[in-house]
Design a protein around this ligand. Structure first.
Ligand code: PGA
Length: 241
């Protein structure tokens, strides 16, 4: 079945988190990545636990960080790595994504590596080149067995909702093409089979159409995952497949 992962970013404060969990108690299962300070609240929700980020360091003298081991101890099953907001706003590098994957691979948390190009890069015909470079940096020195534990989320930066402009997303043939490209790349380069998700403005209006792309193994959902009706529809649409 396709995997659905919600990324709540820092959209919600405590009261809204409690209301959201209550409003989604009858939701079918998906993964939810809340802010790490709210992970405990989600333990009794209908969702599997995910995290939005992880430290490059093990437990110790790293003020303000959350380590892979700490996430594991909270019951986290998935963790995003290299989200474009981390790369762009917090200057996370390819080397950082590699270190984060290595930390997560010491636990049983499934890493979700995010890759994707900017609008300018796409217009310059560089989508595949950017995606290949981000994947190769992230997978440096990882074994075939380790790579097969990783899920890759293709998230074109230009399609990620900014909360203002109406969503423009790739067409189904474009999502199909990049999903196949990523799978082939990882198979040829590392002899490893990976799942590829699509992310960027997925919502109740486009999910039925997106579901027609067989080569795409699921979705990373941002803005729509804080709206119970919207996220519930996305999950139901995937379950119906
Ligand atoms: P969006 O975000 O669904 O709001 O576009 C996706 C993401 O940033 O993971």
């Amino acid at each position: 079945m396709k995997l659905v992962i919600g990324n709540q970013k820092t959209y919600l404060d405590l009261e809204a988190v409690e209301k959201f969990i209550d409003d989604t108690k009858n939701c079918k299962s998906a993964v939810m990545c809340p802010s790490s300070i709210y992970l405990d609240f989600y333990k009794n929700s209908s969702f599997e636990l995910g995290a939005q980020n992880v430290s490059i360091m093990p437990n110790g003298t790293t003020t303000g960080e959350v380590s892979a081991s700490q996430l594991q101890s909270m019951g986290v099953k998935y963790c995003l790595v290299g989200h474009s907001e981390r790369r762009q706003m917090f200057k996370e590098t390819g080397e950082d994504t590699n270190k984060k994957l290595q930390m997560l691979l010491t636990t049983d948390i499934t890493p979700v590596l995010c890759v994707g190009e900017t609008r300018e890069e796409r217009n310059a015909g560089k989508t595949n080149e950017i995606v290949a470079a981000e994947i190769s940096e992230a997978l440096t020195n990882l074994s075939q067995e380790e790579i097969e534990k990783i899920v890759i989320a293709y998230e074109p930066i230009w399609a990620i909702s900014d909360g203002k402009n109406p969503a423009v997303i790739p067409t189904n043939p474009e999502i199909d093409e990049i999903s196949v490209y990523i799978k082939d790349l990882v198979m040829k380069g590392y002899n490893a089979k990976v799942r590829v998700l699509y992310g960027g403005s997925v919502n109740m209006k486009n999910i039925d159409e997106l579901n027609k792309v067989d080569t795409c193994d699921g979705y990373l959902v941002g803005g729509a995952c804080i709206k119970p009706e919207d996220f519930g529809y996305v999950i139901d649409s995937v379950y119906k497949l």
